[in-house]
Design a protein around this ligand. Structure first.
Ligand code: HEC
Length: 92
């Protein structure tokens, strides 16, 4: 989630416990586990376009409908997405 070549969530979100420069492009993920169910968190991470069609958040589990991508593979694999969602669910 803090790795630039992987999730890079910190480019747009403040994460709990993170210090230094915090991005305000997206909402802070502090307490996100209390705001959404695990199913909803999974939806946010896999493809936020299903929630907000004009979202700025990249779809981490889908490459469908994307143009000029470096790879046809999703940004994160299913195991990485599972770990991200488990982490988000803990942030209450
Ligand atoms: C390019 C910027 C960007 C990146 C990178 C990004 N997000 Fe987001 N995210 C957003 C924006 C903007 C929103 C606000 C909703 C919207 O505008 O659609 C959002 C919303 C969310 C939400 C819903 C939060 C709420 O309180 O409603 C979650 C959960 C989330 N992102 C998780 C993640 C995770 C986990 C990662 C990394 C794997 C990530 N995001 C990477 C931009 C980003």
């Amino acid at each position: 989630m803090t790795e630039r070549s992987l999730g890079n969530c910190i480019a747009c979100h403040a994460l709990p416990g993170q210090t230094g420069v915090l991005s305000t492009m997206g909402p802070s993920l502090q307490g996100v586990g209390a705001r959404y169910s695990e199913g909803q968190l999974l939806q946010w991470v896999v493809d936020a376009r299903q929630i907000h069609p004009n979202t700025l958040m990249p779809p981490f589990g889908s490459a469908s409908g994307l143009n000029r991508v470096a790879s046809a593979e999703p940004l994160l694999n299913p195991e990485q997405i599972r770990l991200v969602v488990a982490t988000l669910a803990q942030w209450r």
